[in-house]
Design a binder for this molecule. Structure first.
Ligand code: ADP
Ligand code: MG
Length: 696
């Protein structure tokens, strides 16, 4: 068997390949463009393209594609082959610099939120030189940003790159204030833990709801769910193990640092975590991971479910993004330092994040809002819809001592005066674990846990980068004008803690008391997508995004429209799928059973000596439930029809939430009850047990 180091990154046009295949001056020009995010001259691009093509063809590629991340949340690609006709009727393999750096896909069918009318279909894809090209399934993939003819971002990568620029600029200002002149660039690092379900493909294909909507819209509670907690971390079943092995190998070939795999809490639920990397690459890699999970599962006769809540009553799947800020010298700015001086810098960055999360809690909430996640947030396995931060007791005590100017009694009992510069050395494992917090400090990084498993991690990272950039900007403005840097710094940290400590909560986020306590503290509790989304277009959001050139007001408004539209479409598809399943599968099953009972009854002269007749009893129950089923089916169909009356997107989304969702639950209740009485031979859908225990 091949050793991992031998094939890791073998399908990536990475730095080593560039160095060995490009002429020295081309390599240098490309590196410079990558480091500074500048334009590539066409002659340089031509040489790079040619080298890329030769390398790709040697690896068996025949096509290339500009790979981009439109607002659908998944990736898009259009494949072109390298072939070009020769004069003598044969073909040659060609790939020009122009084809490498810019593509012109017909953009009209991607969501643009009104940014681009269909007749102005032109969109551009532009090579993102900071993310390596790679080969997958015989195609050379070129990571690109996607924008409209007039330059508006139509994708998730463009604003992410812009937000990286924003935080780089502001963090550098802060670092300079501490006397550091050698750092050239600051980036955010991200590690995205990905949860997912694996079920048997045959079983999956028998569930139209899973196929069309990604989640089960019906299904009675199984006798055994996750209550025994006997799935978490247990050894892997052979089929799952084979799947994971192939997935890892595929990911490693693409240079994805897949590191940890294990079973999750719910039956059939698993997790994969990579080693963290720069946020832009982490985002590309997470998209690739999700894609490969699906395709590798398919090859193993499995279906991978990425929906955030595929099974009601069973834990949903989340995605945790571990987020930190790092310099090009490898210093993690959220690592508590060893000297008082480093401590102050750490504390400044820490309080900047605290302030950012407190001031822009609504925006963070928006970044994780969608119809699927509404089923998960606030259920018993995921953080509530309230954004708060966990710092752990020790760090919280340190902050309290700073705020009140009192003595901090450290764990080692070394009492220390908290002055401007004399801070205790932070103990190594500074935080305990708190699994219930939406935003937890975990020693040298934050872990944002509100994302649903199917999310692109771009959105939440765009928000995090931008809001922290904004607070760093304010801090830099203050401190650059300081009369006495150390005094003003200490005062600023103290003031920030005082003003924003309400966002810190180390207790149990799943408890009822927290909901009340949070309300007292004035924290938002935006319970669902429709409640959350308007915060995206609030003046405060527009100000922060435009100030840092991350999104223009037009781009924000168009994204807002897309999000609302997406919410409505999701619910509409779910509702129509339910209607379809009831009509085509559930009703016929009920009829068959009813017929059988009727025939049995007819065949009987009487119930004889028995005073209780089973057939009669079930016939009555099924008749009653069937009547209810028809009534609720009607109600749902009517609710869907009525949505057409609303012209404004927000009102329409509100109608879906208030009426369609309710009608869906009512319909589900009846169907789930029917499932418990209709015999297995008539019930057309695999049950929860059959799905959750389908892989062995
Ligand atoms: P847990 O399950 O306890 O959250 P994991 O080990 O599964 O822990 O995941 C931790 C994640 O955090 C990994 O993806 C890891 O690479 C990432 N990580 C560690 N340090 C940093 C950092 N400085 N910046 C961003 N992510 C980090
Ligand atoms: Mg985690």
């Amino acid at each position: 068997m091949k050793k991992v180091p031998d094939f890791f990154g073998s399908m990536v046009f990475n730095d080593t390949v560039m160095q060995s295949r490009l002429p020295k001056d081309t390599y240098r020009a490309l590196k410079k463009a990558i480091a500074q995010g500048t334009h590539l001259e066409l002659d340089v691009a031509n040489i790079v393209a040619n080298a890329m093509k030769d390398w790709a063809i040697e690896k068996g590629a025949t096509h290339f594609t500009h790979w981009f991340q439109p607002m659908t949340g998944i990736t898009a690609e259009k494949h072109d082959s390298f072939i070009a006709p020769d004069r003598d009727g044969r073909i040659i393999m060609e790939f020009s610099g122009k084809e490498l750096v810019r593509g012109e896909p017909d953009a009209s069918s991607f969501p643009s939120g009104g940014l681009r009318a269909t007749f102005e279909a032109r969109g551009y894809t532009i090579w993102d030189t900071s993310s390596y090209a790679f080969i997958k399934d015989g195609t050379l993939y070129i990571p690109t940003a996607f924008c409209s003819y007039s330059g508006e971002a139509l994708d998730k990568k463009t604003p992410l790159l812009r937000s990286m620029e924003a935080i780089n600029k502001q963090a550098l200002r802060i670092i300079r204030l501490f006397g550091n002149t050698s750092v050239k660039r600051v980036t955010t690092t991200v590690g995205a833990e990905q949860e997912y379900f694996l079920i048997d493909k045959e079983v999956y294909l028998k569930r139209p709801d899973l196929v069309y909507t990604g989640r089960t819209l019906f299904g009675a509670r199984p006798p055994k769910g996750q209550e025994m907690e006997d799935h978490y971390f247990v050894s892997l079943k052979p089929r799952v193990s084979a799947f994971m092995r192939e997935l890892e190998e595929e990911l490693w070939k693409l240079g994805v640092l897949a590191k940890t795999k294990h079973n999750e809490v719910a039956p059939a639920q698993h997790e994969l975590a990579p080693i963290f990397t720069t946020v832009n690459i982490a985002t590309d890699h997470n998209q690739l991971t999700m894609e490969l999970m699906k395709s590798v599962a398919n090859r193993h006769g499995l279906a991978c479910l990425l929906h955030e809540k595929p099974f009601a009553g069973v834990n949903g799947s989340g995605k945790h993004i571990n987020w930190s800020i790092c310099t090009d010298k490898g210093t993690n700015l959220l690592e508590p330092g060893e000297t008082p001086h480093e401590n102050m810098q750490f504390l400044l960055f820490l309080t900047a994040v605290i302030k950012a999360v407190d001031e822009y809690q609504d925006l963070l909430r928006v970044s994780v809002a969608n119809a699927g996640n509404d089923h998960r947030l606030g259920a018993n396995e995921a953080p509530p819809a309230i954004v708060s931060m966990f710092l752990g007791d020790e760090l919280t005590e340190i902050l309290e001592a700073i705020e009140t100017g009192t003595v901090y009694h450290g764990k080692q009992k070394n009492q220390m005066e908290i002055g401007a510069t004399v801070l205790p050395r932070f103990p190594k494992d500074i935080t305990d674990r708190n699994r219930t917090s939406p935003f937890a400090f975990t020693g040298n990084k934050f872990e944002f846990r509100m994302l649903g498993s199917a999310f692109s991690i771009a959105g939440p990272n765009i928000v995090l980068n931008t809001i922290v950039a904004e607070v760093l900007r304010e801090f830099a403005d203050t401190l650059e004008n300081a009369e006495d840097f150390n005094d003003d710094l200490a005062a600023l940290i103290k003031k920030t803690i005082r003003e924003h400590k309400r966002i810190i909560f180390n207790g149990n986020n799943y408890s009822e008391q927290w909901v009340r306590e949070a309300e007292k503290r004035g924290l938002s509790n935006l319970k669902n997508t429709v409640e959350a989304l308007p915060a995206f277009v609030a003046q405060k959001s527009i100000d922060v995004f435009t100030r840092h050139n991350v999104l223009t007001e037009t781009e924000i408004r168009s994204r807002y429209e897309i999000l609302l539209e997406n919410y409505c479409k999701t619910l509409r598809i779910e509702a129509l799928t339910m209607v379809d399943m009831v009509k085509k599968e559930i009703i016929p099953a009920c009829i068959s059973y009813q017929n059988e009972l009727l025939q049995l009854l007819r065949g009987k002269k009487s119930c004889g000596d028995y005073d209780f007749c089973l057939e009669q009893h079930y016939l009555e129950r099924i008749s009653k439930l069937s009547a209810c089923l028809l009534k609720n089916l009607d109600a749902l169909e009517n609710a869907v029809l009525k949505t057409k009356d609303e012209s404004d997107a927000l009102t329409q989304a509100g109608f879906y939430r208030d009426h369609v969702l309710g009608a869906m639950s009512e319909l589900r209740l009846v169907v789930d009850e029917l499932e418990t009485i209709v015999p297995k031979k008539y019930w057309p859908l695999p049950t929860y047990s059959e799905m959750l225990y389908s892989v062995y």
